[in-house]
Ligand binder design. Structure first.
Ligand SMILES: Nc1ncnc2c1ncn2[C@@H]1O[C@H](COP(=O)(O)OP(=O)(O)OP(=O)(O)O)[C@@H](O)[C@H]1O
Ligand SMILES: [Mg+2]
Length: 271
């Protein structure tokens, strides 16, 4: 499903972030098929924000794939349960061995509850490392094959890669400009709406490792921690979003009663 030209703007379908207060400021969501960088320092809730969108879309019946390269599937799921997500509302599929993938695929159907498929490459990597020490090059292909297989065979319109930064450690790109270009093209050709999580240095000096990702991506969402007196606040902003009239202001990001909220900020509180 490659990109196509639409007749008018109402034909642009969008995927909600399910962040109250932010979706309304990006014309309802991210255009389908976009590749979006979600950039932030450690602990800024990057994984939670991406999971949140996949979860709500799965509740509404859409399948989503979450590939975790560092955090184990159990750790991710426990975090989400602790945050209050009711996982009985989705069909949770945890894949920890690539060989399982084929069998599990039959259980992933369209219609009814959507499947939230978590592929834990960290565990798979540990198993493979003992057998093969020179697997660097093939990791990118392993990930591409998983995405393609699940997207084509099970019908999976949403994808999260957690994280791009971990992929760089695994795959050691020799020519990032070219290799990254092909990854972005691969995702666009599939037409899969993708969130690529990117770790930001603490000083917030860049959104991505090579900075080419900023130009290749259709959208950039950034989350930062800022201190106000002795309080630490999370702030979210949409730096860019192609095909979207978006509000680039900085919003405070809060998670309350099981719901992400972006509160309109951008102004210093009155002292
Ligand atoms: N209700 C909650 N339940 C659990 N954690 C919460 C809750 N509210 C906020 N948090 C915070 O969420 C943070 C972790 O979120 P998440 O794992 O999504 O962040 P991250 O940016 O992906 O982190 P990392 O850089 O480690 O990958 C923790 O610092 C935790 O304190
Ligand atoms: Mg994370």
């Amino acid at each position: 499903m490659a990109e196509r030209v639409v007749g008018d703007k109402t034909q642009i379908k969008r995927i909600k972030l399910h962040i109250q207060g932010l979706d309304e400021n990006i014309q309802g969501g991210i255009p389908e098929g976009h590749v979006t960088l979600v950039s932030g320092a450690a602990g800024t809730m990057k994984s939670s924000v991406c999971f949140n969108s996949l979860y709500h879309e799965a509740v509404a019946g859409k399948n989503g794939l979450y590939i975790s390269l560092e955090q184990s599937a159990e750790s991710l799921v426990n975090h989400m349960v602790n945050m209050g997500y009711d996982l009985s509302k989705v069909d949770l599929v945890m894949v920890k061995e690539l060989a399982e993938l084929k069998n599990r695929m039959d259980g992933i159907k369209s219609g009814g509850k959507g499947s939230l498929i978590i592929v834990d490459i960290g565990t798979i990597r540990k198993e493979i490392r003992d057998v093969n020490t020179d697997e660097n090059k093939s990791w990118m292909n392993v990930i591409k094959n998983v995405v393609k297989k699940i997207n084509v065979e099970a019908g999976c319109p949403l994808f999260v890669l957690d994280s791009l930064s971990a992929l760089y450690v695994l795959s050691r790109f020799e020519n990032p400009r070219i290799e990254l270009f092909y990854i972005f093209e691969f995702l666009r050709d599939l037409g899969i709406t993708s969130f690529l999580i990117s770790e930001m240095p603490l000083d917030g000096s860049k959104y991505s490792e090579y900075e080419i990702e900023d130009f290749l991506s259709d959208g950039i969402i950034t989350i930062r921690l800022t201190t106000y007196r002795r309080q630490v606040v999370r702030e979210i902003s949409v730096v860019k979003m192609r095909t979207t009239a978006c509000n680039n202001d900085i919003f405070s990001l809060e998670f309350r009663n099981g719901q992400f909220q972006a509160l309109y900020g951008g102004q210093n509180p009155l002292l």
